[in-house]
Write a protein that binds this ligand. Sequence first.
Ligand code: CA
Ligand code: CA
Ligand code: CA
Ligand code: CA
Ligand code: ZN
Length: 526
Amino acid sequence: MKKQLLIAFCLTLLIAIPNLSVATVGAFKIKDAVEFTHYHTYPEIEQILSEFERDYSDLVRLFEIGKTFEDRNLYALEITNHNVGSSESKPAMLFVGPHHGNEIIGAEIALYYAWYLLSNYPTDSRVKEIVDTRTVYIIPVVNPDGHNLTLSTDVYGRTNNRPMDEDFPPDGLLDEDPPEDINNDGKVTDMRLWDATMHKWIYFWWEGIDNDGDGLFNEDWIGGVDLNRNYDYHWVPYPWHGEHPFSEPETAAVRDFVMAHPNIATGFDTHSGAQLVLYPWGDTLEHSPDFKTYKYLGRIYGEMTGYRDMQSSLLYPVYGGAEDWMYGNQSIIYFTNELFGPKWQYGWGSWNNWPKEYPDAEQPWEDVDHPDFPGMQVQVGGWWIFRYYNPPENEIESWAQKNLPMILSLAEITPKIEITEVSVKSLKHNTEIRISATIQNSGFLATSTEQSVLIGTAKPVMVEFRTDPQVELVKGNPDTSLGVLQGGQSVTLDWVVELDSPSTTWVTISAISEKGGTDTISFELP
Ligand SMILES: [Ca+2]
Ligand SMILES: [Ca+2]
Ligand SMILES: [Ca+2]
Ligand SMILES: [Ca+2]
Ligand SMILES: [Zn+2]
């Protein structure tokens, strides 16, 4: 007669249901240390990052991940509670700040996100859950050289600062004619010249002089490689895309960091100049293999932010962009927000109406003495391009708050592997024991993207069963592949072990997922 249920125990872990409702974040706490009332210079950003590392040592590690062309440090901030599991054993979310140096609002939102997680950790259960069970990586600025150029000169520092001849045909001179702030009002705007014979204004896109005397104005700016065209996914060879994929130190640093952290399951990238939630593909109008997921999440994130959601390529095609590489190559569910600017709801025409929302986007025209046009009437004014990409300083915080629910959600929706239930039953004479374990993906996303399955890089969820080498495994495998686990899906596995005689031995069961993290349970038998 079999004795049944000699011992049985059951572990039921709390399954966190990802918060996908259109809810705002909780009440904001009194801020300490960081004020979001001005645009931080890169040295100030570096200072804040090191203060985070100093003040929150249990939760933060700061990595230097490379150097820019001008030798500035590039950083990745890691946030997770190291006391409840290593950062590598948890599913991760990646925040990527500005590739385009003029879109500096993205750097503020990076800081805001980090500050929000750290300062609210002790008191906010939602933040605590994220920081305990997920790893968040934040690269605050991909293009600090352009960020610095923009903040210090108001020249639109979109590209990186590697000198490049942008004349067509090339004139052999590098960066010889950037725009200048002729009237010293701190703003680089547009310029116009009065044509007395035709009785009309001749307009120039930018304020500046013809530095090299070639008859062209502002035709070769500082730098020239658009970092968001330098990734190795459907890269195409234009001069401003770099010499080859990852030719630039900034993108190479991002690549190396991402490839060294395969636990990254979701990502959020910042751009500006519109108000949009974008998702892959960027280079084609075709739908991606994960389109359904993107569309579903995009709608929710569009509601959360108030931005329009759409596939990236509907804005304009981007070849060699970060988004396509992160998703297409690294299998990260990756969104890009255009954080601030004319609402795309009205198409490109909305650029003309933007000064109605932000009057300083259009500056009054003002006479200047222009060295290239002596005795002629020249005015500077018109579009102040900075305001088409970045909100006034007193609105930085509100634009951060607008984006935060989506950013928090992206950390919460990762796959998450958990061993939710274990039972142990004695089958006969205390020597044959059956062990069952239920492995669940308690996250919203599947453990692999459809794209990674398609290109053959998807890693199956593996379950390892380990026990004393003396113990014979009579049923079940030491290593079991579960393939892909969809969000919420669970699988129960059985093993039967035979002991020589009733004795105590140990069992360790681990469930391992590249993007869903690792869970391990150890216990003793019988
Ligand atoms: Ca040139
Ligand atoms: Ca140039
Ligand atoms: Ca000016
Ligand atoms: Ca020139
Ligand atoms: Zn951009």
